[in-house]
Design a binder for this molecule. Structure first.
Ligand code: PLP
Length: 490
């Protein structure tokens, strides 16, 4: 190569990192400062970026300015601004200065912590912060890492469900025999996240053995224990093997809470693995006044909450606790020669590679550690309480407007509502609510999402973005009312 020495790449030059890093932090800080000036929901059309970027990668270096210019003019228009104070769709995905710093440090250290020996601090910090959070949630002792249980950070709630289902499956197959896979039965309410269905697909559970039990407005969409008991009894009579139950604390559609203690009792007496999905609402349970919603968690075999949803920890950081870590490691361990080391061989350490699907893993506990240390538990509780108060205020505004109705009583920070039907015409009502959704979201001023409950199209306003204040919620309600009045006049 001509002039080879001048072109030698120095991909991690400290001074360049300092200079570019400052520029990038400035760029991101400016983004946050001006975040309200963007349409919350990106308004681009599919394929928009193909027309704006070249067909192939550059042969020679470009400058950071060139790249940042493209971010401003070509990437940001295609970004939906999840951190906008006017983002109320799905469930929130919090970022924060503390989470961001942890993310930066994790990227900066660049370790891959699959076994203890590959970075002892990564494994040990993860064990410590998961114990910290278990204590904040007042989880039972058996989820702490000092005994047979322990916590682990997964990438997502979906991975958490999958790994515990595989652990439960293998545990039962060890006694029932490998050929019994076709007899294994999974239970949940029809409000459970589709992550459960995906886990069943991957774990080889036969689709006809997935009992999706109906939950309706009579229980505010919580699973009725009698329905579970009946289904389990029927399956036992038919010679099938009930093996996995997923309970919910804060369903995706309406934040419904299943009666954990009653479900756990049925699970226990039938040797069913009981997993609790508290992906969104788990965060609220650090507040003593909301802890009641996970009462009964002591009957669970595993419990999951996403710190990346409503706990100021930048995506991704999904926290999973299990009662019996050996169930996980027996299902997921591998021990190839190239990974053997003294500490692992002597069984002195936790190797998180055996608690998850991939081998490689990031130093994600740094993010949660930063959040817990830089904010402290009391501030975090007040952060959650503020969002719940804002949701309560919104719920009140909705219930005062005769054109609208609240569909399920609000528990946390999700408000489920709709425009009321006219002349009892439910079909027209559904179409009108979808029209309203389209109208408010295409205004760019806010972003809400929808679901269906008992055949009704329902609008969901989930409050929980870190920058959301009272004025944003009030303005959002104003926009929704204005668009609704327009639709009613049409
Ligand atoms: N469970 C619940 C209750 C959820 O609301 C969600 C996502 O919003 C999930 C599971 C799936 O989460 P993840 O994206 O972490 O897999």
């Amino acid at each position: 190569m001509e002039n080879g020495s001048r072109h030698v790449l120095k991909p991690m030059d400290s001074e360049q990192l300092r200079e570019y890093g400052h520029r990038m932090v400035d760029f991101i800080a400016d983004y946050y400062k001006t975040i309200e000036s963007f349409p919350v929901l990106s308004q681009v059309q599919p394929g928009y970026l193909h027309n704006l970027l070249p067909d192939s990668a550059p042969d020679h270096p470009e400058t950071v300015e060139q790249v940042l210019d493209d971010v401003k003019t070509k990437i940001l228009p295609g970004v939906t601004h999840w951190q906008s104070p006017n983002f109320f769709a799905y469930y929130p995905s919090n970022s924060s200065v503390a989470g961001f710093l942890g993310e930066m440090l994790s990227a900066g250290l660049g370790i891959v912590g699959f076994s203890w020996v590959t970075s002892p601090a990564a494994t040990e910090l993860e064990m410590i912060v998961l114990d910290w959070l278990a204590k904040l949630l007042n989880l039972p002792e058996h989820f702490l890492c000092k005994g047979n249980g322990g916590g682990v950070i997964q990438g997502s709630a979906s991975e958490a469900i999958l790994v515990v289902m595989i652990a439960a499956r293998d545990k039962v197959l060890r006694s029932a025999g490998k050929n019994s896979l076709g007899k294994l039965v999974v239970y949940s309410s029809d409000q459970t996240h589709s992550a459960l269905q995906k886990a069943c697909q991957i774990a080889g559970i036969h689709p006809e053995n997935c009992r999706v039990l109906k939950a309706d407005s009579s229980t505010n969409y919580a699973l009725r224990p009698e329905l579970l008991q009946e289904a389990v009894s029927r399956d036992l009579e038919a010679g099938l093997i009930p093996f996995f139950l997923c309970g919910n604390v804060g369903t995706t559609s309406s934040a419904a809470v299943d009666p954990l203690a009653a479900l756990g009792k049925i699970a226990k007496s039938n040797e069913i693995w009981f997993h609790v999905d508290a992906a969104y609402a788990g965060s609220a349970c650090i507040c003593p006044e909301y802890r009641q919603y996970i009462d009964g968690v002591e009957t669970a075999d595993s419990f999951n909450m996403n710190a990346h949803k409503w706990f100021l920890t930048n995506f991704d950081c999904s926290l999973l606790w299990v009662k019996d870590q050996h169930a996980l490691t027996e299902a997921l361990s591998t021990n190839p020669e190239f990974l053997k080391n003294k500490a692992s061989q002597a069984n002195l350490v936790v190797d998180y590679k055996d608690w998850q699907i991939p081998l490689g893993r990031r130093f994600r506990s740094l993010k949660l550690w930063m959040v817990l240390r830089l904010y402290g538990a009391e501030t975090l509780k007040n952060y959650i309480r503020n969002h719940i108060k804002l949701a309560k205020d919104l719920e009140q505004l909705v219930s005062q407007d005769p054109n609208f109705e609240v569909i399920t009583p609000r528990i946390f920070s999700l408000v489920c509502f709709r425009m009321v039907p006219i002349d009892d015409d439910e079909n027209k009502c559904n179409s009108r609510n979808l029209e309203l959704l389209e109208a408010v979201n295409s205004s760019g001023k806010l972003f809400i999402s929808h679901t269906a409950l008992s055949g009704k199209i329902v609008l969901r306003c989930a409050i929980g973005a870190p920058l959301t204040e009272e004025k944003h919620v009030k303005e959002t309600w104003k926009v929704i009312q204005e668009k609704a009045s327009y639709l009613l006049r049409k």
